[in-house]
Ligand binder design. Sequence first.
Ligand SMILES: [Zn+2]
Ligand SMILES: [Zn+2]
Length: 242
Amino acid sequence: MIALHKSELFQATVSLLYPATCTICGKSLRAGKYLCDLCDMKVPRIVAPFCRRCSEPFEGSITGAFTCANCAHRTIYFDAAVAAYRGRGIVREIIHEFKYARQMHLRHLVARWLRAALDDERVRDVSFDLIVPVPLHPARQRERGFNQATLLAELLSADISLPSKPVLERIRYTTTQTALDRSERMENLHNAFRLRKNANVRGLRVLLIDDVLTTGSTLSECARVLKRAGAISVHAATAARA
Ligand SMILES: [Zn+2]
Ligand SMILES: [Zn+2]
């Protein structure tokens, strides 16, 4: 009851601040919406079948739960990573504009996509204790001006009435992951994160947040640190999945 009330309040606040027009085509909309129906239809969704661990969609027909080759051949520390959308087309463009072109108002739409990931049956019934955003290295954050994962975690926190705390910190400034293959990424990330001083996650069920899952290496490495610090479970949710 309380959660719903807060969510409605949040919605009302948002619609006061932002005129309701479609983010893509500019068509006017009902308050609280970000995309018109036509543009929304073009947003690529993740549909079954997909890997039960990392949500990698499988092009073909598999019935029942399966694990993709990527997850079968490495140690993954998160219990599952969920996403409702593919990081392609409109989704990719919007997230890119939000992150790199400082189009901050787009965070509301991206947070909507993140919220949709929580309808997934792998996380729907988990009673989470804490939302944790994936940290940026302080130098990277200064350069960008914000941490997109923190902004998304805070919006989600207000929406579902669950505390969000930046308990992790990034201690290694890693070069961009984009050009690296999977094993290089794992190597690049090793010991890149640690628990902040005085942070405590012992006995907690953690919901880890990032904007996009690419290979899952970053989320897995964060989950490893959280579990080593005593978290009971770590599920990850992202607004999109590459
Ligand atoms: Zn539109
Ligand atoms: Zn997988």
